[in-house]
Design a protein around this ligand. Sequence first.
Ligand SMILES: [Fe+2]
Length: 395
Amino acid sequence: MNAPAALEAGPAMPLVQTFDMLSESQRAAMKRIVAHDAAPAPQIEFTTPASMFTCPERFALEQQHLFRARAVPLAVSALVAEPGTAMGHDALGIPLIISRDKQGEIHVFLNACQHKGAKLLESCDPVKSARMTCPYHAWTFGLDGKLIAVARPETFANLDKSSRNLAELPAREHGGIIWVMLDRTAEPDFSPLVPDLASDLEALDLPRLHVYGRKRFEIAANWKLVLEPFLEGYHVQRLHAQTVGPMFADVPNVVDLLGPTIRQISGKANFAPADLDIEGENIHKTVTTVYNMFPNCVVITSPWYVSVMLLHPRAADHTTVEYHMLTRAKPDNPKAEELYAKSYAMILNVFGNEDFRAAEISHAGLSTGALDTCVYSGLEASIATYYGVLDSYLP
Ligand SMILES: [Fe+2]
């Protein structure tokens, strides 16, 4: 989504990518966008069983095969940009620690002191510190998870400190996103982290952006209903009619798969193919790119910022979303501060009160049993693509 038109003439502090700064793959996809009056109106015949959104057994199956069998997106790298930073993370319902050690390596640990299991970090705000000390008995760990010090060590007989390091989950950074294997017993599988995805996100500068704002939403809806609005343009002119709808066109997107990640690129209402040839122009003013990183991370470009959302399924009818607005840098002048503050308020309203609200009313209606199936249009074709990937991972 994008800043309202009035804001687009804002300060010269753009995110900015000009066309030539994008990855080869992004440029090739943008060249495939046709003029709106030449856009096709494709038909599809696709339905999903309503039960896939409401059934607890289906939820358990997805947890096992989609969220535990291979690496999943966990958090935004920029939250722990500097070496020597750590934060708690509890949006999955599993207490975790994310840290970047002094060598710059990313780690994800279970947030449990190896003495009696107490949560080491109770706050989910990033903190700069060389070590983490348990509030209970002051056992102290390095940001690499090693047990450094124990209070009154002489009172433990034969304590092997090296056997009491924090429990670590396999994790990697890829294109500015931290990915994790939530099942420590499974063979690590980082296959969704394909080079084309990193090239795209690197071109957007995602690993080096500033976290201007982050907000957590608790949504009474299945995680796939929260995801679906970010896989289709069909709702934009309708659900967002009073907000951002007029900025977008009611036409299909250019869609590519980068591994299991779906990339959708679309020309906004003001787009014409010749815009791509205007030298030095901020490409995000006329083109929107959306990544749906399988299974639960959404990245959306706007002229002055990038939105990153992590969708964490908590139950069949409950999803925790962590929204982040990333900007080029911390605002350093009143005009930039005003632009970012207005954009942030606007995007929280559009996502929170429109998209997430739509997921909740959809979940409530589906829970009545009124529908056996949901049916999708050609403007929702990426949802079919997404569920094709999803089905390929289920037994
Ligand atoms: Fe939307």
